[in-house]
Design a protein around this ligand. Structure first.
Ligand code: ASP
Length: 306
């Protein structure tokens, strides 16, 4: 019998997301995609499934949806390729798996879970991650599967701007955190990173403790935003540590760490569930694609207010 009320929170990336910049149809499509992903995870949790299963299944849905910068629809590197980062963590025993710069696995979050469960390691990268994926018989995908025309356009725009990478923060990284009926938490995050990234750049998403963390003693966190700053703040672990060691609520801990990321010059947001049953988000960007679900119902939101 479930002893806890289950909770699920998801994000589909943070950034400069304003009403004028999203067309009405696009907005509706994104809201529907978020709702669909929430429903997937919610049905697992409502029928006694684990937080780990729920976050993997939810992130897979978002990876397959081209609206988001993960799996299909991932942003391009400077060379025009897709290099995918993902992580998953089980708060029960703090087991974790992650991949950076994977290029051929259809669902990078599933590869991250395989690293956790089928290898003695926590993180694999590049060609080695691809090789491990093939050995595990995970579903492979051609580069064309990940690539969509809008990401090509964004890469051209970024190159013309002459910056290091996409300064407009067209994010769209995806993540999920869950508390299941047994009181266990889990987190997963998946991303293509940032448009125009080079030199094997790795962001916060696959780094355990930066973009992804879960600990049954505190809660679970998935981040999105300017990854370099979330790495420097050890954002996801810091939120869990504040809850565990300072006794802060999930909202207090999330707000404090987002304020710290902001003070360093970064922006973005986090989603958090606590082992005590809180389900919150915090962000300092103008918007964040997000949603939450529990036995009481669900809600999706995009802008600062709704
Ligand atoms: N945090 C991701 C990264 O820096 C990007 C994002 O959240 O959209 O790779």
């Amino acid at each position: 019998m479930p002893t806890h009320d289950w909770k699920l929170v998801i994000h589909g990336g943070a950034g400069i997301i304003e009403r004028d910049s999203l067309g009405r149809e696009e907005e509706q499509n994104i809201r529907a995609a978020l709702q669909h992903a929430l429903d997937t995870g919610a049905s697992i949790l409502a029928t006694g499934g684990s937080a780990l299963e729920a976050v993997e299944a939810t992130v897979k849905e978002l990876e397959d949806d081209p609206h988001f910068n993960a799996g299909r629809g991932a942003v391009f590197t400077y060379q025009g390729s897709s290099e995918l980062d993902a992580a998953i963590m089980d708060g029960n025993g703090r087991r974790s798996g992650a991949v950076a710069g994977a290029t051929a696995t259809k669902n990078p979050v599933t590869l991250a879970r395989a690293v956790m469960e089928q290898s003695p390691h926590v993180m694999l990268s590049g060609a080695g991650a691809d090789e491990f994926s093939r050995q595990q018989d995970l579903e492979q995908a051609e580069p064309e599967w990940f690539a969509i025309p809008e990401r090509q356009r964004q890469l051209e725009e970024m190159k013309q701007s002459g910056g290091w990478f996409d300064i407009d923060m067209k994010y769209g990284t995806v993540g999920a955190v869950a508390l299941d009926g047994q009181g266990h938490v889990a987190a997963a995050t998946s991303t293509g990173g940032i448009t125009g990234k080079r030199w094997g750049r790795i962001g916060d998403s696959p780094i355990i403790g930066a973009g992804t963390y879960a600990d049954d003693r505190a809660g679970a966190v998935s981040a999105t935003g300017s990854g370099e700053f979330f790495i420097r703040a050890s954002a996801a672990h810091e939120i869990c540590a504040r809850m565990r060691l300072l006794g802060e609520s999930a909202a207090q801990a999330a707000d404090a760490v987002i304020a710290d990321v902001g003070a360093l010059g970064g922006n973005g947001g986090v989603i958090v569930v606590s082992a005590a049953g809180e389900a919150v988000w915090s962000f300092n960007s103008s918007g964040m694609y997000r949603g939450k679900a529990s036995a009481e119902g669900s809600v999706v939101a995009i802008y600062g207010d709704e």
